[in-house]
Design a protein around this ligand. Structure first.
Ligand SMILES: [Zn+2]
Length: 237
């Protein structure tokens, strides 16, 4: 799905990943679930491109529903996979603390897990080699993505700002559709390691110039990143 001249989304409001398409190739932000491989190839094909045009995958964090086809791109196409150093172990092995899921409703929860199974979420294919990134880094990839540390959902959660795509990708630092309740609108994401830290980190988006705030789960949100922190706090259940 096209969001802008250089910006595409694959997946849906349950699980999404994004493509930044520039003259020098494609940067993929998050890798959804393994079954999104077909969606990736279909989107690239529709643009006259192929996996060989992908120069890098930037993971907003290391959770299983964001690393889906990353290892396949790395192993079969030599594409480097970037993740914050504090989430590198999570992306390589799945190591993470157990956290309470919080509120859930049956139908949206089943919908999330059914979709995950359909997209072959089990077993998880971890990323055997990653390139570690840090807060403030500008990556040498199409769109020159800027790393903004947003610890909370996980220690290595980041936002990825791509000025040429007019977008900031926020992973699960927030959501616009709670996968377990189905409630829509800006709000904190479930399965968050440290909810208070996650909310505090959102203040770091205040200075970001972009028209799109793009979460890993939920509809793309159009508006100023400066307004996000207050809106998510107001949307907390
Ligand atoms: Zn997620």
């Amino acid at each position: 799905m096209k969001l802008g001249p250089h910006l595409y989304r694959i997946g849906n409001d349950i699980v999404a990943a994004y493509l930044v398409v520039a003259d020098d190739g494609v940067t993929v932000v998050d890798a959804g679930l393994p079954g999104h491989w077909k969606d990736l190839v279909d989107e690239l094909t529709s643009l006259g491109l192929s996996p060989a045009d992908v120069k890098g995958v930037v993971l907003t964090h290391g959770d299983a529903d964001h690393i889906g086809f990353a290892e396949r791109l790395r192993r079969d196409h030599g594409v480097p996979v970037f993740v914050h150093a504090a989430d590198a172990e999570r992306a390589r092995t799945g190591a993470k603390p157990k956290v309470a899921a919080g509120p859930m409703r049956l139908v949206p929860t089943l919908g999330f897990f059914a979709y995950a199974l359909r997209k072959r979420a089990v077993p998880t294919t971890y990323v055997s080699e990653v390139v570690e990134v840090h807060d403030g880094e500008v990556l040498d990839l199409p769109g020159a993505p800027v790393v903004i540390g947003l610890p909370g959902h996980s220690p290595g959660s980041i936002a990825v700002h791509v000025p040429s795509a007019d977008a900031v990708f926020v992973g699960d630092a927030l959501t616009t559709r709670h996968v377990l309740t189905g409630r829509e609108g800006l709000q904190p994401a479930p399965f968050t390691d440290d909810p208070a830290a996650a909310l505090a980190s959102l203040d770091r988006l205040a200075g970001v110039q972009a028209s799109w705030v793009l979460p890993g789960h939920g509809a793309p949100w159009r508006g100023s990143p400066a307004d996000v922190a207050a809106a998510v706090r107001a949307g907390a259940a």
